[in-house]
Design a protein around this ligand. Sequence first.
Ligand code: PEP
Ligand code: MN
Length: 337
Amino acid sequence: MVIVLNSLASSEQIEKLKQELEDYGCSVWPTYGKFQTILGIVGDTGKLDRDYLLSKHYVEKVLSVQEPYKKANRTFHPENTVIRAGSATIGGNQLAIIAGPCSVESQEQIVTIAQEVKAAGAGFLRGGAFKPRSSPYSFQGMQQEGLELLKLAREATGLPIVTEIMSVKQLEDHHEDIDVVQIGARNMQNFDLLKAAGQIEKPILLKRGLSATVEELLMSAEYIMAGGNENVILCERGIRTFETYTRNTLDLSAVLAIKRLSHLPVIVDPSHAAGLWWMVESLSKAAVAVGADGVIIEVHQDPSNAKCDGQQSIKPERFAALMQSLRAIAHIENRTL
Ligand code: PEP
Ligand code: MN
């Protein structure tokens, strides 16, 4: 960190500030100029409060030279993290393909889709039991019953289950039944939920918030990791922009940014990004080509009668064909599927 002091700073104030920073365990390297004094701060600057420093009338600027996230930072952990979920992994050479309906609707629906996506080569089953809907009048998910049906689908296929949890209470009650706990875009900055997720050992699939920057996403991952759970998978699922043709704008450059900044695995959700079923296949291929560690795709046997997100769901046959294309792209990228 670098603190720039203006000409109003008296030598007593500089000395006092220096002492204060040293009391936080930091070393201070001052450079005295005619109009400005520059303090170079080394050590654990994470505890220093930028706003407190800026509240002093003689502090001109506070510049961070290091990212505010530490555990998620690639600088301190150069190798890619590989996360285990049941017998599967996310973040290694093998791509994680997560597929299934937006929401669980019935036993027949979820077990059949699970079998179909498994036969096509998916490694994980997705399906929402607790659904975050924009309207309180929309289908809210089958809740606990949906979770029981997901467990039956897991039993029938052996696929690990990925499902969203929306509250601390739901997390406490159900995390033991789930293989990968999804924290959705709308809860990316639900800090109580992130802290609670830090207390469990299950992998957390953390989706990027609707208007969150890459740094904010990484700070949310940091919350979970700081609590002790380092099994975090990040997900680019489209962000809100001025464009309205698609539901969101898929930010594929975020995958590259995250890969450079962090060692955590990153997957892409083309379904919620585009909101249009006919874009899902091309965007999935682009995601693998850009270096994502996997994709999460909504698949439904009868999209026009789906209880949720039918407009962006592809049918199992299309999913199977997509898997073939992804296999070819994975091969070019030296990955397996
Ligand atoms: C979902 O995966 O079903 C979902 C609601 O996703 P998001 O939080 O990205 O909108
Ligand atoms: Mn959905």
